[in-house]
Design a protein around this ligand. Structure first.
Ligand SMILES: CCCCCCC/C=C/C(=O)SCCNC(=O)CCNC(=O)[C@H](O)C(C)(C)COP(=O)(O)OP(=O)(O)OC[C@H]1O[C@@H](n2cnc3c(N)ncnc32)[C@H](O)[C@@H]1OP(=O)(O)O
Length: 741
């Protein structure tokens, strides 16, 4: 849909009307084509201004349409006819001009943006490239290096940066539509300075240039942007995206398309753009990334088993928050809260820790402010040793050491000082939220907020509702997380919640494969080739092997009855791998001690190097237990890790700990480095084929009957029995499964 109006006598104003972001659906494209044709025919109309309803220019092509059969006028000829139009076309950009939205604007002869507008070509984040001429017009406008950077990253730029780059002609402080109309009038030879009454070429009063020819403004008419160093620039960009994108096809295709803009005339470049897009458009990677886009948005639409949900529950306003504990987690949480404009009372138990926490938080905020060219909001912070300073906070986030007794003590102390209606949130990575809530005088006001380290950087937040948590408390934690710019997922209470409950099985498979013959390097390489940012053993070294060791000790898996020389490989009725414990006994805690699964130059350094001692250690271990090592292929690594994750994901769905497979995938995408172009473990299982996953799990379970978690879940069996429906339908099958219990 597009609205047509004639304004100021000679301007056709075409408004894209498809809230909330005026995406270019078939109806919008039809509306634009009809409106442009009307404007070109209407003799009274001398110029055309495009804008978007509700001060949002356009969020791009309608992503929902990509999964169906595309109908309606195609974008490329539509934009071409705008550019070829014999009347000046001006884009008035407010809010956003993204993807096809910016490509539409690039087809216009002039672009005006409001100061708050954001512009970009984010198609690469959807597994695509800007295939409505974006890869050919943008380089012709701003040059190859800048276009490569924007197109391969999908980064949004501010109006100010767009002006500097030459993407827009003007930045308007007020209404971009108003400014665009003035520009249009001046271009058609109607000077708007009010002093000059004639149609002129250069007004002597305001020196505006009127009656401009349109050809120089038509980007498609410009020659290829060749320069002597262009090959080198494109080669360097290609090398960079290959290294960064971990197997994703779209960034590579983006470089290839932009290279064409340097070498080929526009029409040939457009052919190349179309060919590359055809391949991407049909790819599983594009489907995975578009699924991830909608899954992320769906996670915000949380629901609880009792029917309360995002649109029927009000969140409380949080102005002032307390953070208990200024270790790594507490520091990151305090920084994120302050950046969201929330006053923070930060508490530590002793003066020395308080001082070092204060220094660290202040430095992080100063660095961030310096990068953004603003002053750090340090006035929002109070550092104190006294719980009494918490008396007027709306909410507290406890981030002390992961120890149930310590947390319980803190919770009961908090109840003595907090206002009766203040929320208590615990930053725990897996402890029982109900058990903690039980020591308080306000069980409905207790929720878990599981942040990921470093908390000021990592996007994921699991909001954990206990059996007595009130919907209002969940809504408040979800809204607070959103304000802190986190991707929030509401999850139920169980050991490890969603992310760490699944992680445990993934870790188990990884160490079992070491026992059976693999090396940490082999496993990590297979995972990194699959697309993970880091292999599991490098991640373990980064997080610290001692963390899991403590958890295993607390859960009774490690105790005085374990043989120190030849620890048992069978505990609590199932296979157990003592390798991580044995490393910890040697003081190998990972990066922090300079040695873990890998070797580091010094404690704290990050570059992982193979350690011959680990190879010898693994060989000795296998000998000691009589294990004959075998060759483990990358395929086996991926199958055992990814299918173990998905299998537990199905159980989590059966248990109603996660509301949907999409929520599980969002957790893995934003918290555990799962490659976006593979959608998430649940999506991946669907893409591989549920019957294949079932068959593989049955096989691995047959080979390893002492690993019960490899036994295929009931939900997976049910879905396969019902013909492997698409992931969006799994939820209804969970209901069926429960009704048969
Ligand atoms: C062979 C075919 C060739 C086709 C031509 C190819 C060339 C063009 C390709 C493209 O244009 S692909 C799309 C490129 N655009 C984007 O990637 C932008 C995506 N959107 C966003 O980044 C954000 O939504 C936003 C625009 C910055 C707004 O953010 P905000 O936080 O304000 O709102 P959201 O919660 O993200 O979104 C609200 C609502 O709108 C839906 N939505 C957003 N963008 C699109 C879109 N482009 N298509 C369809 N729907 C979109 C989003 O899903 C939300 O929906 P609900 O959850 O409320 O239902």
């Amino acid at each position: 849909m597009a609205r047509y109006a004639r304004v100021k006598g000679s301007i056709a104003l075409i408004t894209l009307t498809n809230p909330p972001v005026n995406a270019l659906s078939a109806a919008v494209r039809r509306g634009i084509v009809e409106s442009v044709s009307r404007a070109l025919k209407d003799e009274q109309v001398k110029a055309v201004v495009f804008c978007g309803e509700n001060e949002k220019f356009c969020g791009g092509a309608d992503i929902k349409e990509f999964s169906g059969s595309m109908s309606g006028p195609p974008l490329v000829p539509m934009i071409h006819s705008i550019e070829a139009g014999e009347k000046p076309m001006v884009a008035a950009i407010e809010g956003v001009a993204l993807g096809g939205g910016l490509e539409l604007a690039l087809g216009c002869h002039y672009r005006v943006a409001n100061t708050k507008a954001r512009l970009g070509l984010p198609e690469v984040t959807l597994g695509l490239l800007p295939a409505a001429g974006g890869t050919q017009r943008l380089p012709r406008l701003i040059g190859i290096p800048a276009a490569l950077e924007l197109i391969t990253t999908g980064r949004h730029v501010s109006a100010q940066e767009a002006l500097q780059l030459g993407i827009v002609d003007q930045v308007a402080q007020g209404s971009a539509v108003q400014a665009a109309m003035e520009l249009a009038l001046s271009v058609i030879g109607v000077c708007v300075c009010m002093l000059c009454v004639y149609v002129v070429c250069v007004c002597i009063y305001c020196v505006c240039v009127t009656g401009q020819p349109l050809n120089p403004r038509r980007l498609s008419l410009r020659a290829p942007v060749w320069a002597p160093d262009v090959d080198g620039v494109c080669d360097a960009a290609l090398a960079q995206v290959k290294q960064r994108s971990r197997g994703a096809m779209a960034p590579v295709a983006c470089v290839q398309a932009v290279r064409a803009a340097a070498m080929l005339p526009y029409s040939k470049g457009m052919e190349r753009e179309r060919q590359l897009m055809d391949t991407l458009f049909r790819s599983g990677q594009a489907r995975a990334m578009q699924y991830a886009f909608f899954a992320q948005r769906n996670a915000g639409k949380w629901s609880l088993p009792n029917g309360s949900q995002w649109n029927n529950t009000r969140a409380r306003d949080v102005q002032r928050a307390g953070v208990i504990g200024l270790g790594t987690m507490g520091r990151g949480i305090a920084v994120s809260l302050v950046k969201a404009g929330i006053s923070v009372v930060a508490i530590e138990m002793d003066a020395k820790q308080l001082e070092s926490g204060k220094k660290a938080v202040t430095a992080m905020l100063q660095r961030d402010a310096q990068r953004r060219g603003v002053s750090p909001p340090l006035h929002l912070l109070t550092f104190t040793l006294s719980f009494h300073q918490l008396r007027d906070v709306d909410l507290v986030i406890e981030a002390v050491f992961e120890d149930m007794n310590l947390k319980k003590r803190v919770f009961s102390d908090l109840c003595k000082v907090l206002r009766a209606n203040a929320l208590i949130c615990t930053n725990t990575s897996g402890l029982n939220v109900d058990e903690l809530a039980a020591v308080t005088d306000r069980q409905p006001l207790v929720v878990g907020m599981h942040f990921f380290a470093p908390a000021h950087v990592m996007k994921l937040l699991e909001v954990v509702y206990g059996s007595r948590s009130s919907p209002e408390a969940v809504a408040t934690a979800m809204a607070l997380g959103k304000r802190m710019e986190k991707v929030c997922v509401a999850v139920g209470n169980c050991s490890g919640f969603v992310g760490n409950r699944m992680l445990k099985l993934y870790l188990d498979q990884s160490v079992y494969m070491l026992e059976e013959g693999a090396t940490p390097e082999q496993v990590d390489q297979a995972l990194e080739e699959f697309g993970f940012a880091m292999g599991i053993f490098k991640v373990s070294d980064l997080s610290g092997l001692d963390v899991g060791w403590r958890v295993r000790k607390a859960s009774g898996l490690i105790g005085p009855d374990v043989d120190p020389v030849k620890p048992s490989r069978w505990r609590l009725g199932r296979r157990y791998c003592p390798l991580p414990d044995m490393l910890c006994q040697q003081g190998r805690f990972g990066q922090k001690t300079g040695r873990g699964w890998y070797l580091y130059d010094s404690p704290g350094s990050k570059e992982a190097k193979s350690d011959p001692e680990i190879q010898t250690f693994l060989e000795d271990y296998r000998r000691k237990y009589g294990i004959i090592p075998r060759r483990i292929t990358s395929q086996e690594v991926i199958e055992r890790c990814a299918f173990a994750l998905a299998n537990e994901g199905f159980r989590i769905l059966e248990d109603r700990i996660a509301a949907s497979p999409e929520d599980i995938d969002v957790i893995y995408l934003f918290g555990y480095g799962w490659p976006r172009h593979r959608g998430g473990p649940m999506f991946y299982a669907g893409q591989v084929g549920l019957s294949v996953v079932l068959e593989k799990l049955e096989h691995y379970h047959r080979v390893h009957p002492d690993v019960p978690s490899l036994e295929p879940s009931r939900l997976l069996r049910r879905l396969v029995a019902e013909g492997s429906p698409p992931i969006q339908q799994w939820k209804s099958h969970i209901k069926n499964l429960r009704s048969h219990l």
